[in-house]
Design a protein around this ligand. Structure first.
Ligand code: ATP
Ligand code: MG
Ligand code: MG
Length: 370
């Protein structure tokens, strides 16, 4: 069987490896950690830095195709791999997704709505009138996730202070919008003709981290259709091959804007493991191998709940609470240690209606926290 490679050994790499292996492929993971969630389920684990040329050479020569599970791989490493084997998504697409300034300019350039923003490379970029962007959020252009690297700002003085607090690194100042809700669309694209989207997810965050995804999203059919169209239009504009996640803001006044993208499967797509005809990781394998994306049909209303390290005490949480609920499916990532804010696993609750799924999910959540 063909060997597939993945850069990154976190939970997304692990679920990719599990999907790939069950589809008959073998998997090599490149990750510097001795103990990574993906390493323990892969056929081979190369322990090296993401810019280690010997390791990249080894990965490329041993793999029919290589993908990534996170956007912060050095774009140079992907370019190196591209010169030797099939890589998806491309280094060009990952480079856009790993920098908020490039990302926002690219999305706006494709004619799609984003929040009003200002690219801030240096203090002099803040010299103009900032009032139209306030109150706002200053976000580092690179390496931010789970709300890290973001500061809420109300006045121009706040913005200057926040820019310094963030280390004077390139940032984006973004207008804070009044959100009705947040949704996401995951696209799988093998070619211009072979594109499918998963049903729209509605996402609730807690302290900047995804807490719960509800599917189907409780938005109008018009909003859901427009989100899918926008996600496909963006994938088309980028000539994106692979799985692309697109996060949206649904505005109180009814508009729809793209918040950000991720060049990989997404936390808000974990419900697909149990509630769709194919999972987002199955799609990642298929698009990587040039196969058509499979049917993404939603088989049941579903609610996904993230399990963060916060609920670990001296012991693991009482998983039997989840395991004894017939409507719930538990997924643990096998991480070595728990800490606050760390994603340790998730569970999906399937039910006749989203309301029923949400009710059961909330009850399980409460029980686990006790
Ligand atoms: P992720 O873990 O999804 O990559 P991130 O750190 O890249 O998160 P964002 O998605 O940019 O962060 O923002 C995190 C959350 O903060 C959003 O999901 C939203 O709830 C809120 N937020 C971000 N930007 C805005 C905005 N312009 N207006 C209102 N709320 C916002
Ligand atoms: Mg992000
Ligand atoms: Mg986000």
């Amino acid at each position: 069987p063909a060997m597939l490679g993945i850069l990154g050994g976190g939970q997304l790499g692990r679920m990719f490896a599990m999907a790939a292996r069950s589809m008959g492929y073998r998997v090599t993971v490149l990750d510097p950690d001795v103990q990574s969630p993906a390493g323990s389920v892969a056929d081979r684990h190369i322990r090296a830095a993401y810019d280690d040329e010997g390791a990249l050479e080894d990965l490329a020569s041993g793999c029919a195709a290589v993908t990534t599970e996170f956007e912060n791989v050095p774009a140079d490493s992907l370019r190196f791999l591209e010169s030797r084997t099939r890589v998806s998504p491309s280094s060009a697409c990952v480079a856009i997704a790993q920098d908020r300034i490039l990302e926002k300019r690219y999305i706006a350039g494709a004619g799609l709505a984003v929040a009003p923003f200002l690219a801030v490379d240096a203090p002099q970029d803040l010299a103009g009138d900032l009032a139209p962007l306030l109150p706002g959020i200053l976000k580092t252009a690179r390496f931010g996730y789970d709300g890290k690297g973001q500061v809420r700002v109300a006045t121009p003085e706040d913005v200057h202070g926040a820019f310094e607090a963030l280390g004077c690194r390139p940032c984006v100042l973004e207008k804070r919008l009044d959100l009705e809700t947040e949704i996401s669309v995951i696209v799988a694209r093998t070619s211009a003709e072979l594109v499918r989207t998963f049903p729209v997810a509605e996402n609730r965050h807690e302290a900047g981290i995804l807490d719960v995804s509800i599917v189907p999203a409780r938005v109008t059919p018009d909003i859901a259709a427009r989100a899918c169209e926008m996600a496909c239009a963006l994938a088309e504009a980028m000539d994106y091959i692979g799985v692309l996640a697109v996060e949206f803001f649904v505005l109180e006044e009814g508009g729809l804007v793209i918040n950000e993208i991720a060049p990989r499967p997404h936390n808000s797509g974990h419900h697909t493991l149990d509630a769709c005809a194919v999972s987002q990781f199955g799609q990642q394998v298929r698009t990587l191998c040039g196969l058509p994306p499979a049917d993404t049909r939603l088989l049941s209303p579903v609610v996904m709940v993230n399990l963060l390290g916060d609920i670990w005490r001296d012991d693991e949480p009482a998983w039997d609470l989840v395991l004894s609920e017939p409507a719930a499916v538990l997924h643990l990532y096998g991480k070595a240690s728990a800490r606050a804010g760390r994603k340790m696993g998730h569970f999906n609750v399937l039910a006749e209606t989203v309301d029923a799924a949400l009710e059961k999910a909330e009850a399980l959540k409460r029980a686990l926290r006790r």
